[in-house]
Design a protein around this ligand. Sequence first.
Ligand SMILES: [Mn+2]
Length: 319
Amino acid sequence: MDFSKISSFLESCDNVTILTHKAPDGDTLGAGFALCRYLRSAGKKANVLNSEELPERYSFLYSWYQPQQFEEQTVIAVDIADLKLLGSKLSAYAEEGRIDLCIDHHVSNKYFAKLTYVNASASAACQIIYELLSYMGAQLDKETATCLYTGIATDTGCFKFENTTAAAHIAAAELMKYHVEFASINRKMFDVKSRARMNIEQMVTNEMEYLFDGRCAVMTLTSDMIEKSGIEPAEFEGLASIPLQVEGVEMGITIKQRHEKVFKLSVRTAEKIDASAFCQKFGGGGHIRAAGCELNGTLEEVRKLVEDSAAELFEGENS
Ligand SMILES: [Mn+2]
């Protein structure tokens, strides 16, 4: 699959439904609405669908959007690696061959669509859409550029993650020419927090425990604290990375209460320690820098288990 094939596909298609993934983020929504706006500008009918109600924080991406009436002829998925990510409301599309085209940047893409374009080295699906529209010589406007810029910014953690490439910066720089309000977008995406989130951050940092000369930090989040703070489930994102923000901490462990005697462990590490190996000891797993597992017992029991296991790591290496 290359851009010439996708562009002729897009030129000949009409009455398009664009699917975005569940628990929608800036990239899937940015890619979906940018593609929708381009197709409409080319005189076609197009809608964007998601399994859930769209989060308020992304409303600036689609303030111009109104659903159109048409008989669907074409289905395109963006930023969706697996049919499972469609979510329950879009499950009718979750069968092989139902989706005509998939544009994605996940190496794990399952090739469920009739045509699939995957560029796993692209920082974001929005980067691919940007490059595709440039290839096609499409006219962009501020709204489309805003969608595409936001997807690249959010998927790269504001151009900080390992997936940030020269191509990502070039796309963002080109998009800025359309007067994208990048400062206000990035403030909204990365800096602004609800009061409830601020409250919970204060509670957990107050109680944070430093072990092994401050190389390991353990943060506990009880049901009681969650309730008191008033935090929404969507606002937990990134909380587990707080311990690692402290100078000298190489391993951050967040213990979050799920039920009375069930705790979710989130482990984040810097450089040397393998978070996934640590969590595998408790039946979990993940990536080398970010992993998780579930533990049963009282908070005291869970903490002891975690600390003993961490001790093997930190004290073992000195002996
Ligand atoms: Mn993405």
